[in-house]
Design a protein around this ligand. Sequence first.
Ligand SMILES: Cc1cc2nc3c(=O)[nH]c(=O)nc-3n(C[C@H](O)[C@H](O)[C@H](O)COP(=O)(O)OP(=O)(O)OC[C@H]3O[C@@H](n4cnc5c(N)ncnc54)[C@H](O)[C@@H]3O)c2cc1C
Length: 425
Amino acid sequence: MSWDFSTEPEFQELLDWVKDFCKNEVEPLELVFPYAPYVRDEKMRALVKPLQDQIKAKGLWAVFLDEELGGPGYGQLKLALLNEVLGRYSMAPALFGCQAPDTGNMEILAAYGTEEQKKRWLYPLMNQEMFSAYSMTEPQGGSDPNLFTTKAVRDGEEWVINGEKWYTSNGRNADILFVMCTNGIFIVPRKTPGVEIKDYPRTHNHIIYKDVRVPLDHLLGPEDGAKVLAQRRLGGGRIHHAMRAIAQCQRAFDMMCERALSRESHGKVIAEHQMVQSAIADSYAEIAQLRLLVLWTAWTIDNSSTQEARTQIAMCKYTAAKVLREVCYRAIHVLGSLGVTDLTPLQAMWAGAPTMSVMDGVDEVHKVTVSRNVLKGYEPHEGFWPTDYFPEKRAKAREKFAAAFAADPELVGYADYMEKRSRGH
Ligand SMILES: Cc1cc2nc3c(=O)[nH]c(=O)nc-3n(C[C@H](O)[C@H](O)[C@H](O)COP(=O)(O)OP(=O)(O)OC[C@H]3O[C@@H](n4cnc5c(N)ncnc54)[C@H](O)[C@@H]3O)c2cc1C
């Protein structure tokens, strides 16, 4: 029997190191130079590199990648525990070499790339000599691949791509764009003629691909493999978002509790007012529920596969958004007017909840997945009544006592009396 909620002491030591490192090194850098890891300027590199060297020396670089793909191979459960720390700091993933959207792109490159493609793109991405973006969503079709129209057509030794993509995160700064076409995923250097990035939105970009030509070897994986690669990419990403959401919830919760103990109103600290206690108790329980769900899902992936865990991953995705929304809202409320300013991280974290409900597939789509998969384990009942309909169940149960009733007719009277009483009306 193994049903263990403990963390190995050696790994706990590493987690403690990460906690201290983030508090003492990452947070100050984030507060003063928020985009430092993405800036290619020498001055910023001089601040970032020594920190990254320490992370590498601890074996914590690109922790999301399995060993055979070039990472430390911790697996999802340990990654979840690490992300519970990293997720508190928006800069931490980039400092630790596990920033989205590069992570998902690296995963599909590692899994489907040729040796040549890995050399050209995977290793530079792993070393942050390059950054990437993932261009899937289309303005007319959201993330429904059946509505996508972006297409690559072969012309001699080249693919010619035409289409329009919406909300490509980091597209403007990326060196390469992973473009999902109806007939495959193609790697397009951003500076290729025909790639036009609109002025807005600034961070998540609207991109026109007009007669964009790339060599044949820029197709990643098989032709027509776009949906399979996209699923593989997004499955991993969703659970990683949920892992980091736990950290965000915990950060909001810590702020709520600290404030509850610090602020006085109507004769007592607000932590002694019952409605504040209710906010704390509900938040504590919801974070624990989310955490257990995410850890169980991570454990399932480690012990089977992302595909096997898809129902759980879908649950994590919308549950994380919901818990983040509820906990951040309560924390903002407990901080009162200060909570609604942008002088604390709460506003941004709360705004992260609707974002989480939309990115990587809207909540509704994941709820459909869960409901459909769960219903596969059920069947409709026969006749009018549900299986748990008492009159029929009781009649069947009485058959079990047939011999006892025959031996002692008084028992029948007892059973009739009990039945009448239990009906009530
Ligand atoms: C922060 C962020 C980063 C992102 N990064 C990227 C990126 O890097 N690359 C990329 O390609 N895309 C990216 N996206 C886009 C993302 O994939 C889409 O926003 C998402 O898939 C939904 O598409 P949409 O925004 O067009 O919403 P729509 O599809 O228009 O959905 C709007 C609403 O319609 C309803 N709805 C839609 N479909 C269904 C359904 N099947 N059942 C029931 N109701 C439904 C829901 O209420 C939904 O919220 C990002 C999004 C966000 C928020």
